[in-house]
Ligand binder design. Structure first.
Ligand SMILES: [Zn+2]
Ligand SMILES: [Zn+2]
Length: 891
């Protein structure tokens, strides 16, 4: 019913989002909101936080309302003097840290008016942290701050074409050149041998054809696209790259493996690096994007979108439907007066397992060009490879690998004294200056701590968004949890603060606070102090993104947001299901028997599991991976999509008969909030509605599960707190699905698949990634070479007009209809003989299948392909008559 076709307007080849398929399940607007559009109107001030009048405070049994913090004896026992002393000491330490490090951070000193630390390449000596890995991060940042194209390991001809781009159109008039390029691109997924074999066949049949050799055509593609790669030596065990502070090392500083092949050195004295990482610099890839009129026009989406946003500022029904609707981008836009010439990019890095039977982690990073329309932005040909780090292991220092990408970006930002990179714009037919603006950094859970420099630990201020919410821990442990309500009979002095005020929206860390906290971490005098500061601030080192030009960057920490994929699917799934199965640890003072929410046990769990698996056939194939039987598979790599469809698709119905009512109601509040969060288009009212429901869920969760019991503090995992941030983040940075790691992981997965060709399983990953980037650029420069640009119309199909195409299978001979079918068709087209078709391609690219084709499928576990919501006035009309008749009959 709610899995309807019109909910996801995208082509079948498009990125499929598990999130937005269920997005419009609940769009009830039963909450009247007064500040409907104020968030839009105040774009350049603050996002309008959800109004506290929307929030219904939790009310429950008198026992709980009795436990007001002011009444708690433990709260009264605090020694105010001792507290003051602690505060003074902490403050003094903070001031000292600030003084030392803000001075030493002069290289990253704030632009006075922006209030954002800036990196200016002056000669001020920098005080490095005494903590080694913090010091290395600072050194990488300093080198990036001083980056120019000239010190970025680029060949002079590459630098020349970056500064003086080719302005002539690419000449494809020579049929031999065109044939060679077509052939090269057709062999993209095949081996060099295939190209050579086809070339030989063509030349033997058509001796006059002069197909270029593989070497020549490769060189031609490299020349036209302008895309090159930069190779950096790396440890053979992938500990780190020999860049930045490690550039001159002769052996790995982690495992001591030699940088150069020792045998080669012994035999020939030649220094052959044992392994290299590959960076594909962004500049030439950006230049290629505007070299054709088609490409230059596509790059103007952002500018048009901004105009649309400005035009709709007074429209109460305006929606947030891209990152650019968020206040942070709009602020940046206004501050820099961005134009259609500028380019906005995001960076994403992720580990990928490319070889099934071989333990090898490859790290792949990509650039996403935000200026393109979201429908094409995340497509394979528009995702630009940034970095390939061959395994075998997880890098010990990821900064050393990402260094080259950001060094190059910083150099591009510096070009022409900050005016931007020179780019030939085919639409304007002139060379423009394009400022390269960095917007978002995303990564999977492992790499994120490397990219944002935060620690995913249970510290005092453990919130990933760095808000001021202070956690609490159990007596006798230092392990903090995100507990909002003050426990009863609780005597842990440092955590005895009153209940969190749910009526005020959480404020994430500001840029200024981030730098004050960071300064504190950097100034740590020894390991113990560092660990204390790290725990207090949640920061382990400066993010490498601090090296970018602060004028042209959404600054740290604003360039990081909540990743819906991990939060909603994995983190919530891994909390709620074990909770309902009674698998969470039970302290000795607690009694599992009193956990009345534990219902997923024994036979109920087994039967529930079977029901989940039995739902498989009802998930259309576009939903990718339907949930497997959780009773059997939940602990063997249950995927994020499975968790998502299980909890948020099947959950509301399936848990209704299992969970006691108050727990099910609580769960439904979460569901309603989440269904809004994952939409691609969200109104201001929906943001407020989602926030209201999520706050109610969180507050109620603590009341009904943790019940202010110190021995249940561990129920309050960070994910519960993070939910409070998710809705306000939409007004800051747009709907979360545009920055979700789902999108990024799929793009990276596509790239990974391309790179990992069966024909060349152990080939040179870097070469393959480079070839892919060059072909992407070639398609951008010469759109006529892009065979996928126009939708392919298959043989033996039938165009029905208005973008509808009938696709096979089809009846060989016309069949004679009878009964109601005949009547309907006769009425409509005056005939009773028809040819039935199996599939229909819709104008949006999706393919609908008819019963004629579906009923031919006999596989035991076949899945339906689509659920289509059919709205027919005729049917409504008939139905109402039927009811009328029934009514008459019964009365
Ligand atoms: Zn090593
Ligand atoms: Zn927070």
């Amino acid at each position: 019913m709610y899995f309807t076709q019109d909910n996801h307007q995208r082509s079948e080849n498009d990125s499929i989002h598990p999130h937005d398929q269920t997005t419009e399940m609940h769009r009830s607007r039963n909450i009247t909101v007064s500040l409907i559009h104020s968030a839009k109107k105040t774009h350049f001030n603050r996002p309008q936080p959800p109004n506290d009048t929307d929030l219904e405070p939790y009310r429950d049994s008198p026992d709980e309302t009795d436990s007001h913090p002011d009444d708690n004896p433990a709260f009264e026992e605090e020694d105010p003097d001792a507290n003051q002393e602690q505060i003074d000491t902490a403050r003094a330490e903070e001031l000292r840290a600030q003084a030392v490090v803000l001075a030493s951070f002069h290289a990253l000193a704030p632009e006075p008016e922006a209030g954002v630390p800036a990196n200016t390449a002056d000669d001020t000596p920098t005080t490095h942290s005494r903590i080694e890995h913090v010091k290395f991060a600072q050194q990488f940042i300093e080198e990036i701050s001083n980056a120019t194209l000239d010190n970025g390991k680029l060949d002079t001809d590459v630098i020349e074409s970056l500064r003086d781009p080719d302005t002539s159109a690419v000449d494809l008039s020579d049929p031999d050149i065109r044939l060679s390029l077509d052939l090269f691109m057709a062999c993209n997924n095949a081996s060099e041998e295939t190209y050579k074999a086809v070339r030989a066949s063509i030349e033997s049949r058509f001796p006059e054809a002069k197909v270029l050799s593989y070497y020549s055509v490769k060189k031609l593609v490299a020349n036209i696209s302008g895309v090159v790669s930069i190779l950096d030596d790396m440890c053979i065990k992938s500990c780190h790259a020999f860049t930045g502070p490690f550039a001159d090392l002769q052996s790995c500083r982690t495992c001591s493996a030699p940088r150069y092949d020792p045998i080669q050195i012994a035999l020939t004295q030649k220094k052959n690096p044992q392994k290299q990482a590959c960076t594909i610099p962004l500049g030439p890839q950006i230049q290629a994007l505007r070299r054709s009129q088609h490409g230059a026009s596509a790059m103007r989406y952002r500018d048009k979108k901004i105009q649309e946003i400005f035009d709709s500022l007074d429209d109460p029904n305006a929606v947030y439907d891209d990152i650019f609707c968020g206040n942070d981008y709009l602020d940046l836009h206004e501050r820099l007066n961005l134009t259609s010439d500028d380019t906005t990019v995001s960076f994403s890095i992720d580990g990928a397992q490319l070889y099934q039977n071989k333990k090898s982690d490859t790290w792949i990073a990509i650039w996403i060009i935000m200026d393109l329309h979201p429908n094409s932005r995340y497509k394979k040909k528009h995702v630009l490879p940034a970095l390939i780090v061959p395994g075998p292991d997880k890098p010990d220092n990821l900064d050393s690998f990402m260094f080259r990408s950001f060094h190059h970006l910083r150099a591009l930002q510096r070009e022409n004294n900050g005016l931007g990179l020179c780019v030939w714009d085919a639409l304007k037919a002139t060379v423009i200056s394009s400022r390269i603006i960095f917007i978002l950094g995303t990564a999977d859970a492992v790499a994120l701590t490397e990219l944002d420099g935060r620690v995913g630990h249970h510290g005092t201020h453990g919130c990933r968004l760095g808000c001021d919410m202070k956690g609490r821990h159990k007596p006798g442990t230092g392990h903090y949890y995100a507990v909002h309500l003050k426990p009863n009979n609780y005597t842990v002095e440092a955590c005895n603060h009153p209940d969190y005020d749910f009526c005020n929206p959480p404020l994430r860390s500001s840029v200024e606070n981030y730098h004050i906290d960071l300064a504190k971490v950097i100034a740590s005098r020894n390991q113990a102090e560092y660990e204390r500061n790290r725990k207090l601030t949640g920061i382990s080192k400066p993010s490498i993104l601090n090296g970018l030009d602060p004028d042209f960057t959404l600054p740290v920490p604003l360039c990081f947001s909540v990743d819906l994929m991990h939060l909603l699917s994995l983190n919530l799934g891994e909390l709620l299901i074990p909770l309902w199965r009674g698998l969470l640890p039970c302290d000795s003072t607690d009694n599992r028997g009193s956990w009345d929410w534990v219902k997923l046990v024994d036979n109920v769990w087994t039967e529930h599991g079977k029901l989940v698996a039995a739902a498989t056939q009802y998930f259309p194939s576009s939903f990718h991976r339907p949930p497997r039987n959780p009773a059997e598979k939940i602990s063997s790599g249950y995927k994020a999509t499975e968790y998502y469809l299980y909890l948020f698709g099947l959950g509301p119905a399936y848990f209704r008969t299992i969970l006691p009512k108050k727990y099910w109601w609580n769960f439904c509040k979460l569901i309603h909030g989440v269904h809004i969060l994952v939409q691609r288009s969200i109104t201001c009212q929906q943001i407020r509605e989602a926030h209201s429901y999520l706050v109610q869920f969180v507050e109620e969760f603590e009341h009904i599960y943790y019940q202010r019991r110190p021995d249940r503090i561990h129920f309050c995992r960070p994910v519960i707190h993070t939910l409070l941030h998710t809705a306000p983040e939409i007004s800051r940075i747009g709907p979360g699905s545009y920055a979700s790691q789902f999108t990024m992981e799929r793009s990276i997965g596509d790239l990974g698949k391309d790179i990992h060709q069966p024909s060349n399983p152990f080939g040179n990953l870097c070469q393959l990634a480079l070839r892919r980037s060059q072909i992407n650029a070639l398609k951008a420069v010469c759109p006529e070479l892009d065979k996928d640009a126009a939708p392919h119309i298959p043989k033996f199909s039938h165009e029905a007009g208005s973008g509808y195409i009938f696709l096979r299978p089809r009846d060989r001979n016309a069949i004679l209809l009878n009964g109601p079918e005949e009547e309907a068709v006769l009425l409509d087209c005056g005939r009773s003989q028809v040819l039935r078709w199996g599939r229909l391609r819709l104008p949006n690219g999706q393919v609908a299948r008819s019963k004629y084709s579906e009923s031919k499928r006999t596989a035991p576990n076949k899945r339906i392909s689509r659920n289509v919501k059919v709205v027919m006035f005729l049917i409504n009309y008939l139905v109402s008559y039927q009811y009328l008749d029934e009514y008459r009959w019964s009365s």
